[in-house]
Design a protein. Sequence first.
Length: 70
Amino acid sequence: MQAFYFSICFLAAAVGISFIQFANTNSIRNIYVLGLTLFLAISIPQYFVTNTAPDGHGPVKTDGGWVSDS
């Protein structure tokens, strides 16, 4: 079942990337949105990887046990 979900996500990403060819690449707004999207897609997961404690707790610090599991 995981292979099915992986292929569906891969297909959705491929379709999204293929639609970039129809965008106006001379527009500064489109370049900004595409660059910001790519930057956040790389930097947010890396932030969570580097700020996860050795015991598995993430960077979210709250009093709610359902959020931080502490």
